[in-house]
Structures are given as C-alpha cells and as structure tokens.
Design a protein around this ligand. Structure first.
Ligand SMILES: *Cc1c(COP(=O)(O)O)cnc(C)c1O
Length: 403
C-alpha cells in the first residue's frame, strides 16, 4: 500500500482536513495586527484539535517566534528530537502542578510560567539540581481570578524570585497575565486588568526585574485592543481561523480563514415513509415520505450531543439539519427525498466557500464556543494536513490526534 492509499483508507469514514496554508496566512495576519510585538502560537490541546506538531511548524514558518502550551508534557513534545522546531524558538508552558516535571523542563530549555510561591520553590530546587538557571515568567492575577499571583502576594513572589535570580538559579524573563473578558469588547474589566497589569509590572521592575517580554493579550485582545499587545501576544483560536466570539466579529473581518474542514462519507441513504421516528428517543419524526442519510460521526468523535436536531450539514450543495439525537458514532439527516449515493460527502463545517456551515455555526447550534467545537474533535477522526510548505508534491499527511 503506498502512502496515498493509506491516506485514502484512513479517511474513508471521516476526516478533518487541516489547511496549513490558511494557518500560515492567519499567523501573518495576526502578526500584522500586533506588529510591535512578537507572536506566540498557542498549540495546547493538540493545537486546539488541529495537530500540535504540524501546526507548530507551520506557525514558526510564518514567523511565530514563540510556542505556548498548557502542560509541560505538551511543551516537552515540541522539544523532542525530530519535532522539527528550531532551537531558537522559545517554548513556554504554564499549567503546573506540584512535582513538575520541572527539571526536565529546565533541561529542555522551556520557558516556565510561575504563578505562586510553591511553584517558585519547586523550580528553584530543580534548577539547583539541574545545575542551570530556569527561565521563568511570573504570572500576575490582574483580575481573571484563575491562575496567577494575587496582587496582595505579588511583593513576596517578586522578592523570592529576585533572591533566586541573585543566587543564579533562575532568570525572570517574563511578566504576564491573562484577560477575563477580552471577547466582550468594552467590558469594564478589560481596562481595569490592563491598569493592574501595568502597576504589577512597574512594581517588579522597580525591584530590579528586567524582563525580556511582558504579555497579556490573547486572540480577542490581539484583534481589538492594541494597548494590550506589549512585547508578545499569545494567539490560539484566531490562528485556527475561528473567531473568539460573535461579539468580536467573523474571521474574515480580520483577514482570517478557518483552518479545519470536517467531512464524512454517508454510510447509508434510504427511503422511509412519513411518521417514521428517527434515532434514539424519536425526537425527530419524518413529516412525510423522505430519504434519510446516515452520517458516521457522533459524540465519540466530538460532535456535540447538544447539537441534536440543530447542527447544520451540507450534502450535495444543500444545507440540512441533524434529525434527532446525535449518537455515539452516528447521526441522521433528513435529505428531503434526495438520493445521494452512499459515500457522498457530508460537510459538517469548513471555511464557508461552498456554502458549508462554519465552526461558529456548530457552536451556536450546540450552545457553546468555537474553541470547544474544534478542540473536542476526537482521536478517531484522522487529521489530514494539506498545503504543508515542506511537501513538494503536496502529498497529504495523515495523523491521528495523538500524533
Ligand atoms: C489558551 C490560552 C491563550 C490563547 O487564547 P486564545 O483566546 O485562544 O487566543 C493565551 N494565553 C493563555 C494563558 C491561555 O491559556
């Protein structure tokens, strides 16, 4: 079986095509939106379901100087031999729990987000054991009320970090924070957080901290809040061509294009009479004689069950709606008498060029956000990366979500 046969077989049921050309163009657009700052491509959670390594490489090709992840394991994978990430790309992770792995992270030259005293103590001990200083970004809770150091504890954390710096155990290379409501332009917490951030940065700098980068902006802030850009912006969802929220606007408003296209092959098309119940619970009953198409994707593949009787699907150029319950592995669409052949393509979402639904349409149908729709697409759906700048013949490359 040659490589193309393998690709075809793996993708017969369903596939998530990942347009790396669109991702590279999105990174360039975002860099233009934040032209005074460096860009961190956030590739946590397998690049929001798009495949971490392929997306990290493409983002770097388009000028991302930083990569960001939540867990240290995700960051270590980007530094693994063969990952193809140049050594001068900074890799940062921020979601730590006691036990680390701090030492592996220091030895892999990761940048470490530290938001509390226990973490500073563990990173200092690990740096001593490793015999090399850690690169630390001190995180301020400027109002999100999630991770990071509360303002009341900031002086203590900064003092401890300065002492460790004096001992050669670490360098504070970053001061950073995260916004609570950047996806709601004009929300009063935004200005309050920026003011608090400037104060906490100024305090640390008065204590002698000399950071390489100060950073607080996520995707919505990159798109709407130039005063939040500082030295570095951390972009996730916008890089994948999905809007952070309808209040921010559509991807195209910012020169962004959706990267993931999710399609499946119809597993069955059949005629049924009127009054026929469809799928578990019979929440849909055919209004008259019709045809039903079976789409072989379900909630095990990340298709939200909350989109039962609501999710949109394009079949043979016509927009259809999920009929009844979305099951673990499959759902049904009423095709209104049309008879596409088994194997015909059902497009759940894509960039919209063919009139297909978008990720945002599915988010609306399921009562959630676009972030969750793409991130939850399951490991059973092969990711097919196309428009890879390194593939001379554009032979597509199939990876499962763990790759
Ligand atoms: C996930 C994450 C981001 C990226 O957020 P987007 O809204 O997807 O751009 C940035 N910073 C931190 C700390 C994050 O956890």
């Amino acid at each position: 079986m040659n490589e193309n046969d393998a690709v075809r077989k793996a993708t017969l049921r369903a596939r998530a095509e990942i347009d790396l050309g669109a991702l590279r163009a999105n990174v360039r657009s975002l860099r233009a939106h934040a032209s005074g700052a460096a860009l961190m491509a956030v590739v946590k959670a397998d690049a929001y379901g798009h495949g971490a390594l392929a997306c990290a490489r493409a983002a770097v090709e388009a000028g991302a100087a930083w990569l960001g992840t939540a867990t240290p394991q995700e960051a270590l994978a980007l530094r693994a031999p063969g990952a193809g990430i140049p050594a001068d790309v900074r890799v940062m992770c921020w979601l730590w729990t006691p036990g680390g792995p701090w030492r592996e992270a220091i030895e892999a030259d990761l940048d470490l987000g530290v938001g509390g005293m226990w973490a500073l103590e563990e990173v200092t001990a690990a740096a001593r054991a490793a015999g090399r200083p850690a690169r630390v970004h001190l995180k301020a809770d400027t109002g999100l009320g999630r991770g990071g150091c509360a303002p009341a504890d900031w002086a203590g954390l900064v003092a401890a970090a300065r002492a460790a710096e004096a001992g050669g155990l670490l360098r504070v290379v970053g001061l950073w924070s995260h916004l609570a409501c950047a996806d709601e332009p004009g929300h009063p917490s935004i200005e309050a957080q920026l003011t608090r951030f400037r104060e906490m940065v100024a305090y640390a700098e008065r204590q002698g901290v000399d950071p390489e980068v100060r950073h607080i902006a996520n995707s919505p802030a990159v798109l709407t809040l130039p005063e939040s850009h500082f030295d570095l912006v951390r972009t996730g969802v916008a890089m994948y061509g999905v809007s952070p929220s309808p209040a921010i606007g559509a991807p195209a408003d910012f020169g962004l294009r959706q990267v993931m296209t999710l399609t499946a092959s119809l597993a069955l098309v059949k005629h049924v009479p009127g009054g026929h119940g469809v799928s578990y619970g019979h929440h849909y009953v055919t209004p008259g004689t019709t045809t039903l198409g079976l789409v072989p994707l379900g909630y095990a593949d990340g298709i939200p069950r909350h989109a039962s009787s609501a999710g949109p699907v394009l079949v043979e150029g016509k927009l259809r709606t999920v009929s009844g319950r979305i099951a673990m592995d499959q759902f049904v669409v009423d095709l209104g008498g049309d008879e596409p052949p088994p194997g015909a393509e059902a497009v759940l979402f894509g960039p919209g060029d063919r009139g297909e639904p978008t990720v945002e349409d599915w988010a609306q149908a399921a009562g959630t956000i676009g972030y969750e729709i793409v991130t939850r697409i399951g490991s059973r759906v092969p990711r097919v990366h196309v428009n890879d700048a390194n593939d001379a013949n554009d032979a597509n490359d199939v990876n499962d979500a763990r790759a």
